[in-house]
Design a protein around this ligand. Structure first.
Ligand SMILES: Cc1cc2nc3c(=O)[nH]c(=O)nc-3n(C[C@H](O)[C@H](O)[C@H](O)COP(=O)(O)O)c2cc1C
Length: 192
């Protein structure tokens, strides 16, 4: 039974909507226990509990908002590093604009996770025309189209697949053994 924490900050609700979709996607994988929590609700026990984390925050000036940074900064005196090694992590972010720095923010969120020993990943799939989550799920505002919603869900699903594969050692959960659509038809046409 793999434990997944979707941990997020959201000031106006956009990242919160992404978080719900990420959690929904993680729930597609059997035998996964889920917690969906904002940084106002979560504490260090949630971090210790999880085998995988999806970490989400709005983009503020191209980087992590101070509230999320403080949440992690405040962990320092709790000495949690010995409990964190080898968990799996990924990130997601909403910004006001396309190209508003979502990927920079995701990379910074990933760096925080790496500091604690998380194995971080991106995904190659396209979930709609021109929609990927290569460095984490990214969004302008809230997810609206099916492809945008699926990008968030796919991130959670992939996290759950990796947790199932590497933590629970269910080799059948490996992403390459799943048969969902990974590339849009237009991409296949371009290649042929
Ligand atoms: C202090 C501050 C800084 C922001 N910086 C950026 C930015 O660098 N790029 C951008 O596109 N949007 C920026 N925004 C807009 C938010 O990222 C955007 O509204 C986001 O969707 C909010 O997510 P939330 O609803 O989860 O809080 C900023 C907003 C605030 C309040």
């Amino acid at each position: 039974m793999g434990n997944i924490l979707v941990l997020f900050q959201s000031n106006t609700g956009n990242t919160a909507k992404m978080a719900e979709l990420v959690a929904e996607g993680a729930g597609r994988v059997p035998d996964i226990e889920l917690r969906l929590k904002s940084i106002k609700e979560a504490d260090v026990e949630d971090l210790k509990w999880c085998d995988g984390i999806a970490l989400g925050a709005p983009t503020n000036f191209g980087t992590v908002p101070w509230e999320m940074k403080k949440w992690w900064d405040d962990l320092v005196d709790k000495n949690i590093w010995p409990y964190m090694d080898g968990k799996i992590g990924c990130s997601f972010s909403s910004a006001g604009a396309i190209g508003g720095g979502q990927e920079l923010n995701c990379m910074t969120l990933n760096v925080i996770l790496m500091n604690f020993g998380f194995l971080v990943f991106g995904i190659t799939d396209y979930t709609g025309p021109g929609i990927s989550a290569h460095y984490g799920a990214v969004q302008q505002g809230e997810p609206r189209s099916d492809g945008e919603k699926e990008a968030c869900a796919r991130l959670g699903q992939r996290l759950a697949e990796w947790v199932s594969t590497y933590i629970d050692q269910n080799t059948a959960s490996h992403p390459l053994k799943q048969n969902y659509k990974r590339l849009p038809d237009e991409f296949k046409q371009r290649k042929s």
